[in-house]
Design a protein around this ligand. Structure first.
Ligand code: NDP
Length: 331
């Protein structure tokens, strides 16, 4: 008898109506790739929520096994880069969008997308970080490359209770930055302070249309929100500062003027996690293992099982998930 394994499959009918089912697959069903992986852990990112709910066109190949992040053990490899038994990690590269992804107990992938499991992290911890946390690290590295350091001044983090925001706060505070957290959930202030936020501001201060330039308030920012929020944090960035932009939780528009760029020399740093080259990924994950307090990661992370993925995906799109979610695929 052929071995089967469970998976979440997102399908579309002729009228393009989306449905989500838990199905049994065999290895023969998997897409092409040179490495087959037994998936041990995954996560639910905002993007996975969009894929499962169909709220945004994340899925571009039908049907699709969603899930953009995974950790697992290689069960078969036709690539010299990996051997059976190797522990590997994957973020992005269109997995869960155009190639079947993490929400199955097995995945067949390209060796080019995989990196060795970072030392010092368990599968559940690494998926507690996931694409959201790895993107937070990329944002911090982008600020550093732009010359920002703790002595330069405070850093504002938007979407503070979300995955990118909460990990960014934890990393920045461990590195010694004064972190200003912007949130729409002030009731979670204690949580944000425990992560290392020194100040908390209401996101309403930043989310409405603002002036082209405002009073200088911070040396830099990590923005997961976009739209007026990003425009306002740039307009309130100190002379010579920099803002790393990675998200669009408020919107993908950017209604602002060039004034902060041409009068204050502020830099806007675009951060993409999906197509980062392998060396940068390995560097970012090495930095995560070193610069993220694992106790804080534990405080941010909720561990769920396979059966809770679909419900959590809906909750994350509704803004009801705090911090990060790690999925134990063996449960
Ligand atoms: P989460 O859903 O975990 O967090 C987003 C946070 O943004 C929420 O928790 C909330 O924080 C805030 N927020 C939500 N809606 C609004 C709104 N309308 N206005 C202002 N703030 C809002 O998502 P992630 O942290 O995983 O991802 C954040 C963003 O980054 C997403 O847009 C995602 O697509 C993007 N992203 C981009 C990547 C890239 O490669 N560039 C990689 C990973 C993520 P609070 O309640 O504290 O206000």
């Amino acid at each position: 008898m052929t071995d089967t394994f469970k998976a979440i499959l997102v399908s579309r009918d002729e009228e393009k109506k989306q449905s989500v089912d838990v199905v049994q697959l065999t290895e023969a069903d998997l897409m092409e790739g040179d490495v087959t992986v037994d998936v041990e852990a995954t996560t639910v990112n905002y993007k996975d929520g969009l894929a499962i709910t169909g709220k945004s066109p994340v899925v571009r190949h039908w049907p699709m096994v969603p899930g953009i992040d995974l950790v697992g053990t290689v069960s078969k490899s036709d690539s010299p880069a990996f051997s059976k038994g190797d522990k590997v990690l994957l973020n992005g590269f269109g997995v869960g969008e155009t190639h079947w992804g993490a929400y199955a107990q097995k995945a067949r992938l390209s060796a080019n997308w995989l990196i060795p499991m970072p030392k010092g992290l368990t599968p559940i911890q690494a998926m507690g970080v996931g694409t959201a946390g790895y993107t937070a690290m990329l944002c911090v590295m982008a600020l550093e490359d732009a010359g920002i350091e703790p002595s330069t001044g405070p850093i504002v983090v938007t979407g503070a209770n979300g995955g990118v925001g909460s990990v960014a706060i934890a990393i920045l505070s461990k590195l010694g930055y004064h972190v200003i957290a912007s949130t729409g959930r002030p009731e979670e202030s204690e949580f944000l302070t425990s992560l290392g936020a020194s100040e908390i501001i209401d996101r309403k201060e930043l989310s409405e249309p603002g002036r082209p330039m405002g009073k200088e308030r911070w040396a830099g920012g990590v923005d997961a929100v976009g739209s007026h929020t990003l425009a306002n944090i740039i307009a309130q960035t100190n002379y010579g500062g920099a803002v790393a932009a990675c998200g669009l939780a408020q919107g993908f528009d950017l209604p602002m003027t060039v004034m902060p760029f041409i009068l204050r020399g502020v830099s806007l740093l675009g951060v993409d996690s999906v197509m980062q080259p392998k060396e940068k990924r390995i560097e970012a994950w090495g930095r995560i293992a070193k610069d993220l307090d694992l106790k804080k990661l534990e405080a941010i992370t909720t561990v769920i099982g396979f059966d809770n993925i679909i419900e959590t995906a809906t909750n994350i799109v509704d803004g009801k998930v705090r911090g990060r979610v790690s999925v134990d695929m063996t449960k």
